[in-house]
Structure formats: C-alpha cells, structure tokens
Design a binder for this molecule. Structure first.
Ligand code: FMN
Length: 227
C-alpha cells in the first residue's frame, strides 16, 4: 500500500471483527514497526503480546477495576487520566480533547446527560473494544522517559501504519496501560519493563459507525508558526 494512502486512511479502530490475527502477520508487523528511528538507535521499545485466554482475563479485570471505580495507576506520568482533565493543559488542547470525546459519543448517539450510555462506552473501552490482540508497548525503567517515550511513539505509529497496510485496525490506548500492576500478574511482563500504552489490534468492522465518523483536524494556522 502507498504510504500516503496509509497515512490518510489509518484511523483508530474501536469495533473489531471476531477474527483471529495469525502469528505470522503479528510477527511481521511488529518486526516492520521496529524499523522506526530512535535516539542513538537505542530501539528502546519492548512489546508484550496479550491474546487468547490471558487477554480475556485481563479484559475482564480491567472492566471490573473500572466498574469498581479503582483509579488508573499507569507506569508513566505521560499517560493522562480519562475524566480528569488537568487544569495545567492549554485551553485549546483541552477543548480539542473534549471535542474528540463528544464526537465519539455523539456518533454512538450518546447524549451529554446519558450516564448509562457513557458508562457502556467506557466499559467497552476498558475491554479494549474486544480487539483480539492487545500489545503493551513500553521500555526499560532505567531509561530516562523523554526520548524513550518519543521513540515509543515513532514505533507505535509505524506499527499502526503497517497494520493498516495489512488490512488490520489499531487503537493506541492510554486505557490499555491504566492498570499495569494487575497486568503484571496475568501477562509475561518482565520486571524491568514500564508500559507506555496499549495498542488494540484486529480486523476492523468497517461498517461500524464508530469506525467511520469524520475526524477533525486543527487548521495549520493554529499551530504552524512562520509559514
Ligand atoms: C497516546 C494515545 C493514547 C490514546 N488513548 C486512547 C484511549 O485510551 N481510548 C481511545 O478510545 N482512544 C485513544 N487514543 C486514540 C485517539 O483518541 C486518536 O488517535 C485521536 O482521536 C485521533 O484519531 P485517529 O487515531 O482516528 O486519527 C489514544 C491515542 C494516543 C496517541
């Protein structure tokens, strides 16, 4: 697939087909993603693959912790907390964040005061939208966060693009890394690893409205200076 096409078409997928991802394809896209640039070619990323029974357990636990109101405790401070928009955020970015949430809920027909509807959506999110694979991506705790997190982002974008080129869908998920301690008891996460984000992966349900709404992009004038 043409790179420009992949960059334009790729979008976060929040509804998946009930179809397994073959180990060969999984290996291929992870390997390709690792061709990403990194500071000093450190390649700091590490991936934990969650699928099958282990993923079902983690999904159920994540949903339970959410329903019990257990606050997120992510490994990395870069990860934001849903529903707790920091006062420190610039207003423009906070507005974009809120608009994104409104757009998604609006697409699902969930109105502002619809508590049950919102709860149902968040439940689905804490279950990683039933994706057949969840990739936890992170790096060694000993690494300073700045560039390693940057490198992780490059890896993640490569992964999402190459997955798209293979007909797969992805959703990078902060929520996928909200309960790392629980995940450490269920998944082969090595002790040195801190988790940055989860990436849901699977074949997209291309008919689902949640995978079809038009996304909003800020005009260049808002964020390019001196052009
Ligand atoms: C670091 C990061 C964390 C994200 N966390 C979530 C998440 O927890 N839940 C979710 O539904 N989408 C999540 N997203 C997806 C964003 O909402 C999405 O990328 C954004 O709305 C732009 O849409 P697009 O990916 O379709 O272009 C996350 C994206 C990034 C980069």
């Amino acid at each position: 697939m043409d790179l420009q096409q992949a960059m334009t078409e790729r979008r976060s997928i929040r509804a998946y087909q009930d179809k397994a991802v073959s180990p060969d394809i999984l290996r291929k896209i992870i390997d390709r993603a690792a061709k990403a640039p990194s500071a000093g070619n450190t390649q700091p990323w590490e991936v934990v693959v969650a699928q099958g029974t282990a993923l079902e357990t983690v999904r159920a636990e994540s949903e339970r912790l959410f329903l019990d109101g257990v606050p997120a405790k992510a490994d990395l401070p870069n990860v934001f907390n849903v529903g707790k928009l920091s006062d420190a955020w610039p207003e423009q970015l906070a507005t974009r964040y809120q608009d994104c949430g409104r757009l998604i809920l609006g697409t699902l027909g969930i109105e502002r005061g619809d508590k049950a509807g919102r709860q149902a959506f968040y439940r689905a999110m804490y279950r990683f939208f039933e994706a057949p694979v969840l990739l936890l991506v992170g790096f060694n705790k000993q690494m300073p966060e700045g560039y390693a997190m940057f490198d992780l982002g490059l890896f993640a974008q490569n992964l999402c693009l190459t997955a798209h080129a293979e007909g797969l869908g992805t959703c990078i998920m902060a929520v996928g890394a909200f309960y790392p301690e629980m995940m450490r008891t269920k998944l082969p996460i090595p002790p040195h690893l801190q988790i940055g984000v989860g990436i849901a992966l699977g074949y997209p349900d291309n008919e689902a409205p949640i995978n079809r709404f038009e996304r909003q992009y800020a005009p260049l004038e808002e964020w390019v200076h001196g052009l």
